[in-house]
Ligand binder design. Sequence first.
Ligand code: MN
Length: 186
Amino acid sequence: MQEPNQYLATTLRRLRKERGWSLDACAQATGVSKAMLGQIERGESSPTVATLWKIAGGFNTSLSTFLEPVPESGPGPLFRQPESLRHRPAGDGMLVAPLFPFEARFGFEMLELTLLPGYQRLSEPHEPGVIEHVIVQQGEPELLLDGHWQRLGPGAAVRFHGDRPHGYRNTGTSEAVFYNLIHYPA
Ligand code: MN
């Protein structure tokens, strides 16, 4: 398992400075406390996925921006192995592998998300125009869409507006794994 802390710490500080934000302004934009943001920037705190998503939302950017650098890619194919990419921020019940991190030229990020049994996450709406696609790889994750929990089996695919409240949970006894392709408006 990789430790995203140092990369996260420097990326958060860099992006915050680029915007000319104080820690206060950053707390205002993200809904994450100034104290927590300071701890993350100093590499003292490992935030949960939920907190990371709040930070990404406040910056109007993707989650993967805060996980690891965009992979070097030349003209050839880009191969990615999820087992070497899975992050588990703060011992959270959700593992995140940024298979294809966000790049502005493509406008999307593709994550492999693993929900441990019993995990549930309610997501704040993303910025307007964000579209999510979910394709189940294994297990039976449930998605909260338009106020209803919907169970999906392996191979099932769904597209929905990520700028509305939604959620993910795993009420099963084994891991649920799905791919999440998140498209961000230009
Ligand atoms: Mn979402």
